[in-house]
Ligand binder design. Structure first.
Ligand SMILES: Nc1ncnc2c1ncn2[C@@H]1O[C@H](COP(=O)(O)OP(=O)(O)OP(=O)(O)O)[C@@H](O)[C@H]1O
Ligand SMILES: [Mg+2]
Length: 249
């Protein structure tokens, strides 16, 4: 289990700016958590704090009861924590199969399965060198495959759907759904996609640097159906065509 206890994170530019405030989160093994919420709410920052990229100014992080707050990125990676970036870096000069081997899958069969799991044809990619010629969606899927290769304790995927075509997205959701059959992982998926929300055992809502709610996917999906623009955002309201008694602005 991964636990964040009273975590606050600040970044220092000209002055100290708080970006996460009093985050409390307990993530069980073998469950799928989907983290969602408005842009700029703090989702990627929570992921980076879990990975050790951001150090908290307050609070503790525990993995299976052991305090890992002071541990750096490499040590956390060794403990089986992985993070697939919202915008993946480019690993220049390596072939796809070399990257997967470095991630722990040296067997060709397994490497082909991993590429298939993220919707990439092994024949076309296994021997290809990763360089600037890769498209955004190709890179994103290769990074996801690299994380899947590592049999992680905690795997955090940051908007895996971003830039991914419909066919690969379908394959990817199936992969996440069946991940527990292959790997014994706590899965955290940061996403704005309803299809991904449907995979969640629990949905974590993040906004303004806080966890505003932890709820079931049924509740969230029901809320999405109810979503309507505020009256003040409608053109009829701006033009004064709605009687003031009906308008909530
Ligand atoms: N290193 C940093 N320096 C300055 N501000 C930062 C830094 N990291 C995050 N922030 C700020 O913290 C807030 C949360 O950012 P974060 O990337 O966590 O949001 P997010 O929920 O992942 O948003 P999105 O849905 O757009 O990806 C934003 O206002 C962002 O500008
Ligand atoms: Mg983000």
């Amino acid at each position: 289990m991964l636990e964040l206890r009273d975590i606050s994170v600040s970044v220092t530019e000209e002055k100290e700016v708080p970006i996460l405030k009093d985050i409390n989160l307990a993530l069980d093994k073998n469950k799928i958590y989907v983290m969602t919420g408005p842009n700029g709410g703090g989702k990627s920052s929570i992921a980076k704090t879990i990975m050790g990229i951001y150090q908290p100014v307050k609070g503790k992080i525990l993995l299976d009861g052991i305090d890992i707050t002071e541990k750096g990125i490499t040590e956390r990676a060794r403990l089986g924590i992985g993070y697939a970036f919202q915008q993946p870096p480019r690993f220049k000069g390596l072939k796809v199969r070399e990257l997967l081997a470095l991630a722990g899958k040296e067997d060709l069969d397994e490497q082909c399965d991993l590429l298939f799991d993220v919707g990439l044809c092994a024949q076309d990619y296994i021997d290809r060198e990763i360089n600037a010629s890769f498209s955004g969606g190709e890179l994103k899927r290769i990074e996801i495959a690299t994380l899947l290769a590592r049999n992680l304790n905690v795997a955090v995927f940051d908007e895996p759907e971003a830039g991914i075509d419909l066919w690969s997205f379908q394959k990817l959701t199936e992969t996440f759904e069946h991940l527990h059959e292959k790997y014994n992982t706590t899965l955290v998926i940061i996403s704005h996609q309803e299809r991904i929300l449907r995979l969640a055992d629990e949905v974590i809502l993040v906004s303004e640097g806080r966890i505003s709610e932890i709820t079931s996917r049924e509740n969230i999906l029901a809320e999405i159906e109810k979503i309507d623009f505020d009256c003040r955002c409608r053109k009829e309201c701006i033009k004064g065509e709605i009687a003031s008694a009906e308008c909530d602005r």
